[in-house]
Design a protein around this ligand. Structure first.
Ligand SMILES: [Zn+2]
Length: 205
């Protein structure tokens, strides 16, 4: 299969006196989002969309909310794990579309920055990420922030494409495993390949 689609949804209640973090950005607001981690509703929805696209479970599978290690955790950790999962499965991101639903603060003035931040965290170009925001009209849910995310993945055919992913997947070992898997698929048998260092060590003086 060449393409796969994933969907993620999340919600967190607002809580006074807690830092508000959405899309990896700290936002000025009197309340934050309650949660075991930093409560980043947008990154959680994207994480679930990525995991769902490769049928790898959901965020709770990997990061149980009762595990003290994830108390107040930066949600980019969850996102990175999901990126590793899709890369292990041999896929890359085509695009991601998201919708935030919250009464306040207003997202539109910072939607561009948030989009850039999410693209940066995902290691993709700006035009591969969309961040939209709506208010929860008629839902009576002004005390809650919700996020919806849809992601399209495509199979990575050219191992060269994986080079651009290496900035996100920081483990060179995992990257090598992915490349080997791809080479095995192409050639039918495992082939050794030359390991190119991330930088030329000779240049470091
Ligand atoms: Zn969440």
């Amino acid at each position: 299969m060449d393409t796969r689609i994933g969907f993620g949804w999340d919600s967190h209640a607002f809580k006074p006196g807690v830092p508000l973090v959405i899309g990896g950005m700290r936002l000025e607001h009197h309340s934050g989002l309650a949660g075991h981690s930093d409560g980043d509703v947008l990154l959680h929805a994207i994480t679930d969309a990525l995991l769902g696209a490769v049928a790898a479970g959901d965020i709770g599978t990997f990061f149980p909310p009762n595990d003290p290690r994830w108390k107040d955790a930066d949600s980019s950790i969850f996102l990175n794990l999901a990126l590793e999962e899709i890369q292990h499965a041999g896929y890359g991101i085509v695009n991601i579309d998201t919708t935030l639903v919250l009464a306040a603060p207003k997202i539109s003035p910072i939607a561009g920055d948030m989009r850039a931040k999410v693209a940066d965290l995902l290691g993709v170009d700006l035009d591969q990420v969309s961040v939209k925001a709506k208010t929860p009209e008629g839902l009576g849910l002004d005390h809650v922030a919700q996020a919806h995310a849809v992601v399209l993945l495509e199979r990575v055919r050219d191992p060269e494409d994986l080079k651009s992913m290496s900035a996100v997947v920081q483990s060179q070992r995992e990257l090598e495993d992915i490349v080997e898997d791809l080479l095995t698929q192409v050639h039918g048998v495992p082939k050794r390949r030359t390991i190119v260092p991330a930088f030329d060590t000779e240049d470091i003086t």
